[in-house]
Structures are given as C-alpha cells and as structure tokens.
Design a protein around this ligand. Sequence first.
Ligand code: ADP
Ligand code: MG
Length: 262
Amino acid sequence: MSEARRYQQLRAHLSYLKLGDAAEALPRILDAARAENLSLTAALERLLEIEVNATEARRLTSRLRFACLPEPWTMADFDFAAQPGVDAKLINDLASLRFLDDAANVLFVGPPGVGKTMLAVALARGAVEAGHRVYFTTAADLAARCHKAALEGRWHTCMRFFAGPKLLVIDELGYLPLPGDGASALFQVINQRYLKSSTILTTNVGIADWATAFGDATVAAAMLDRLLHRATVVGIDGPSYRLRNHQATAETMRKAVAAHVS
Ligand code: ADP
Ligand code: MG
C-alpha cells in the first residue's frame, strides 16, 4: 500500500470511529513527528490527547447546559470579607466536594441577600467541573414540575429525573406555601435521594420554623430527618449583600441631612 493511500486510510479510520478532532489534527501531528523525530508512542499519545481534550470540553459544556445554573458564579467570586457571618474554612472544606462521596447534604439557612444562592451555585459549578452530573432548580419549580407530571401521568419519570443527578440544588425553600402538593413532592425527592446522592438546599426558614412553614409538621419532621442525618448546616446571619449599597447611600444621606440641620 502506498504511503499516501495509507494516510487516507488512517484518516478514514479516525473519521469512522468519530474521532473527528484527531482526524483533523493528523497532518499536523505527522509533520511534528517528522520534524521533532518523535517516537511512534509519543506521536500517537499526542494525537489521542487532542481527541481526549476535545471530548472533555464537549462533555463539560453539555454537563453545564444540563445543570441549568442561573449564574456563572464560582467560589472565587465570593467575597468572604464582605460576609463575616460565613465560616471560610467550612466553605472551603465543602468546596473540596468530599460531601458528594458521602452523599451528604448541605443546607444554607439565612435571610435574603446573604449569599446562599451564590454559594450553592459556586459549589454546583465546582461539581460540574469535577465531572459530576448536577441539576439546579428552585423549590417552587420542583413543586410545579412534579404537580404537572402527576397530572400528565409522568410521576415516576419525574421522580427518576430528580433522583438522577449526583448533586441536586433546591434553591429558595421559603415561607410561601409550595404550589399543589409541593411539600409532599419535595419530601419524596429528598427521601429517594437520601443516603444515595447529595442535595444542597437554601432557605430563609430557620429549621425550628419548618413545621409552620410547611403547614404539615409530620412531613416537615420527616424531611428534616432525612436532610439532616448527614448534613452540613451553614447558617448565614450577616448583612445583606444586596442591601449593602442601599445602606451606604442611606447612611451618606443621613449624614448630609444631619450636617445641614446642625
Ligand atoms: P441569597 O440567596 O442569600 O438571597 P444571593 O446569593 O442571591 O443571596 O446574593 C445576592 C446578591 O449579592 C448576588 O448578586 C450575589 O452575587 C451577591 N453576593 C452576596 N454575598 C456575596 C459575597 N459574599 N461576595 C460577593 N457577592 C455576594
Ligand atoms: Mg437566593
């Protein structure tokens, strides 16, 4: 077989095996192999590395798209100095993602604006980048979706969907009652993930008030039991980051008025 024909065959093999990036890089790698006098092993390794990197990048993009993270936040964006209520050591430990191996949960509890969603998104982002399947939703969305699924006879498919991700983030469990039979849907999702895979939950309802917030003390207790069995609870009781600027503006205005009056 002539060298030219062998080259065409090799490219065809790569394309047939859907190694498109390697097929495209082949002439470049062969030139480099000749110019740098690469061993056969080194040239093959270089060629396949290109395909591996491209596949990795494609998978990361698809995991990120699936995760539905609402913001591009990462841990580096979180300003620990601005939120003295957060234990940086604890958050950094969570960022190691060891809790995923133990199927442990994380609860962020605190008033609005203190960075609960931001920390949940940053952890989720880290998990996506580490190769895990992650899904972000809000408690209200989850309840609405489960309700719709029940009406359309897709309850089991819906439950399987929420059981799937290695990490599920349920944002904004609040004082407002969940739509439909939301509390019980949420309980079932938590229950089927219990001891199997991790859930991060953010809420402005202090754990002591869950019974009243859910309107059903039994469901609340059962849910807390599963959630807290293996969990890190991060209470954030600092100032609202959202209101920081408002507070600064209000302070400046107060001072200006006071100066004017005196
Ligand atoms: P919560 O979910 O507790 O209501 P968020 O996580 O949505 O609060 O944060 C509110 C806003 O303030 C977001 O835009 C977030 O990026 C920002 N923010 C909150 N805490 C911090 C922080 N410590 N460093 C940087 N930005 C922060
Ligand atoms: Mg939030």
